[in-house]
Design a protein around this ligand. Structure first.
Ligand SMILES: NC(=O)c1ccc[n+]([C@@H]2O[C@H](COP(=O)([O-])OP(=O)(O)OC[C@H]3O[C@@H](n4cnc5c(N)ncnc54)[C@H](O)[C@@H]3O)[C@@H](O)[C@H]2O)c1
Length: 396
């Protein structure tokens, strides 16, 4: 057996997601056959106290508040999990330094930032992918394979959604994701959108036009210091697009919602065609539903999804799969692809897919402002301003 290549990983942004990486690396032995052996060696955060959490990870040797210190070749891969307004600066700097990285979505605050990041990556030798872990649920993987095999036949319609509900509580304090200056004019689409576009884009389903209904539901939130501040991001976005393929044109629905009562963290997809259909939701992660016509009867059958995703693990096939497993799968896919050993397995979202998502969200803003369907323009490089956002339901 050949020795596995050690990969030194550094985290930039020691917040919610940065900490998750420590858990992923700690569970690496659950993978059956990874070509690499990742070691978390460095952490960076401008907020020095945030670094302290990482002192429990024995392999971390570098603690810094300056991300440029991690661009000197001392780490092989960076995980960048910082607020959206910082993506452009950091991702461009890292790409120009030639260090490989997995960057958090949405890969820039607007299409200009995303295209600028794309240019820097195109001119760099760095291997770069965008974070999006939900499609790695086994049920989602099986649904994707079903569709790639053409089992649904001519597609009638498709729906993809990512739904949250904690914003239903008006007393939940503000954070940067609820403030346009940090999250972007695209609001919830920047936060949750890459999660719903990853699979359709991978299937080659790029909407040609989109009609968007954007919704403001909570305009003020506690500031955590006894006062209130504006909560100026769009909470919910419902996009209806038209997708043209070689076998016909069909409607696609893409929903991202921060106020979807009862849905804590639900990622779901549903596609039906003339020969069959498939449905999966992380709300019911153990199963997927498949539609077949049997003896003339239309049957939605429930298939057990099991624990195995794109990268085999030692986990018993009958056991349950969860969010940390999806992150492990995403990282296993990233590092396998970086090592040239992904093969036919499902890969992480690409910078091109991130940019295509931004083009879609940009068309959604245009649609909302005009109350009409808008074309999804490739190559759009717009800096968004407040003037780009109008027609929002709840702001009239
Ligand atoms: N993939 C997912 O499921 C998922 C879930 C949540 C968030 N995210 C994404 O992860 C990213 C971070 O979100 P989060 O929830 O972890 O945010 P967070 O606020 O919990 O953490 C962000 C951290 O970045 C630090 N930071 C800010 N500026 C920095 C700089 N210049 N250098 C180093 N550190 C800096 C902050 O101090 C903070 O600790 C965002 O892009 C977000 O969209 C992804």
């Amino acid at each position: 057996m050949t020795a596995r290549q050690q990969v030194r990983i550094g985290v930039i942004g020691a917040g919610l997601m940065g900490k998750e990486l420590a858990g992923v690396v700690g569970r690496w032995s659950a993978l059956q056959q990874s070509p690499v052996d990742p070691v978390l060696t460095a952490v960076c955060d401008v907020n020095a106290p945030a670094l302290d959490w990482f002192r429990r990870v024995g392999s971390v040797q570098t603690f810094t508040t300056e991300y440029r210190e991690l661009l000197d070749g001392s780490v092989d891969v960076l995980y960048v999990a910082v607020p959206h307004h910082l993506h452009e600066k950091l991702y461009v700097d890292i790409a120009e330094s030639g260090v490989d990285f997995l960057g958090e979505k949405p890969f820039g605050i607007d299409p200009f930032a995303s295209a600028t990041i794309g240019d820097a990556i195109a001119g760099s030798s760095a291997f770069v992918r965008c974070s999006s872990e939900m499609p790695f649920y086994p049920g989602a993987q099986q649904a994707i394979r079903y569709l790639q095999q053409g089992s649904a036949g001519r597609i009638i319609e498709a729906e993809f959604a990512f739904l949250h509900s904690s914003d239903l509580n008006p007393d939940k304090p503000i954070n940067w994701k609820r403030q346009t200056q940090f999250c972007g004019q695209i609001g919830v689409m920047g936060d949750l959108g890459m999660h719903v576009t990853h699979v359709p884009l991978r299937l080659g389903w790029r909407p040609e036009t989109v009609f968007a209904q954007l919704q403001e539901l909570v305009s003020v939130r506690p500031d955590g210091k006894g006062g209130t501040v504006p909560c100026d991001t769009i909470e919910n976005a419902t996009l209806t697009g038209r997708v043209g393929t070689g076998t016909g044109t069909f409607p696609i629905s893409l929903q991202t919602k921060r106020v979807a009562p009862g849905e804590m963290n639900t990622w779901r997809m549903r596609v039906v065609g003339m020969d069959g259909g498939v449905e999966f939701s992380t709300r019911y992660p153990q199963s997927l539903r498949v539609m077949t016509v049997r003896d003339g009867a239309q049957v939605w059958e429930e298939r057990m999804a099991g624990s195995q995703s794109a990268q085999p693990t030692i986990t018993g096939p009958i056991f349950e799969f969860g969010f940390p497993d999806a992150l492990l799968q995403m990282w296993a896919a990233y590092l396998a692809e970086r090592a040239g050993e992904l093969g036919d397995a499902f890969g992480c979202a690409t910078p091109q897919e991130a940019l295509a998502s931004h083009e879609l969200f940009d068309a959604a803003l245009v649609s909302s402002a005009s109350a009409a369907a808008a074309p999804v323009a490739a190559g759009v490089r717009r800096r968004h301003t407040a003037a780009d956002v109008s027609g929002v339901l709840g702001r009239d």
